[in-house]
Design a protein around this ligand. Structure first.
Ligand code: ZN
Length: 310
């Protein structure tokens, strides 16, 4: 039997569902309220927000019924401080996330009719939100590996020679970890270099001790056994790709997706490479749950804050 496509993964269905200011505002308000259990007007009022907070859809402001504190529901998020209707922003974010290998500011500008500069800034803000995905903690079987992303394309003369791999000023190393399981979730970081000093602290921060880490024979990982991890190695130099349970092939799939995405954005500088890494990680981690992809981004919005009235 033909597998039916979930409606929520279709862009058209999304556009039709979230087509008015009130629906979108309520969605943002609901997501931010989950992180704010008590009234933000803290010392004066400690009413639980679920009961006392009400959203006025017309003005876009929320009000506390207990202390009458009023403020904008979108202030301090990517939906605030812009003249563009919130339903358009919703549509743009959704289209961006469901694109296969990224969406450039120029293409977005051509399709949506806003200036290229604004689109560039907006995409950057979305990528920043996506970065929250990188805070995961892993346990169990973790694959770890590095790749090199091309950053910057200045100063390429006729005599420019393409270089591969390490010792390359033109590229920035990106280190990634993958937790084996049903979903093969990934986290990735742009690093200064691939020395143990850069790699090990990242592993210690994001992987629970006692886990098994599967890597290639790169010297940066040698001290993992001492740090309280089980370390299994696969020797790529000797053309050995699988050794028992040790292999990094699942992660190579992520790198393939990452490199194709980077290629979409002709020129990425070293300064902003982490943003693009975040984007790839987010798209990869939700590749099988496209119906919740958009809403987990809303969960990353900051909680409601106390803002003095002007
Ligand atoms: Zn209150």
């Amino acid at each position: 039997m033909k597998k039916q496509r979930n409606n929520f993964t279709s862009l058209d269905y999304f556009r039709k569902t979230y087509n008015s200011k009130s629906i979108c505002l309520q969605e943002v308000f609901k997501a931010r309220l989950q992180k704010t259990p008590f009234c933000v007007n803290a010392p004066e009022c400690n009413a639980p927000t679920e009961e006392f907070y009400v959203l006025n859809v017309k003005t876009g402001k929320f009000i506390c019924k207990n202390c009458n504190y009023t403020h904008s529901a979108t202030e301090g998020t990517i939906f605030g401080n812009t003249y563009i209707p919130i339903e358009h922003l919703f549509d743009m974010i959704n289209t961006f996330m469901h694109s296969r290998h990224g969406w450039t500011a120029r293409a977005m500008s051509a399709e949506c009719g806003y200036s290229e500069r604004w689109c560039f800034d907006f995409l950057r803000e979305i990528r920043e939100l996506m970065g929250k995905e990188n805070k995961r903690t892993f346990y169990g079987f973790i694959e770890s590996d590095e790749t090199y992303a091309k950053t910057g394309s200045n100063g390429r003369g006729r005599n420019y020679k393409k270089k591969r791999g390490r010792n390359n000023d033109d590229k920035t190393p990106v280190m990634a970890m993958l937790q084996r399981g049903k979903q093969n979730k990934v986290i990735a970081f742009a690093v200064k270099d691939c020395s143990a000093l850069s790699l090990i602290p990242l592993i210690e921060k994001h992987v629970v001790k006692g886990s098994t880490i599967l890597t290639d024979e790169w010297g940066g990982y040698v001290s993992l056994n001492k740090k309280g991890y089980n370390h299994n190695v696969v020797k790529h130099k000797e053309k050995e790709w699988v050794n028992g349970c040790a292999c990094t092939n699942n992660l190579e799939l992520f790198f393939r997706h990452f490199k194709r995405t980077i290629r979409t954005y002709t020129c990425v500088t070293r300064e902003y490479i982490q943003d693009y890494v975040n984007e790839c990680v987010y798209r990869w981690n939700y590749r099988t749950e496209k119906d919740v992809m958009f809403f987990s981004l809303l969960e990353n919005l900051p909680p409601l804050k106390f803002l003095p009235k002007l």
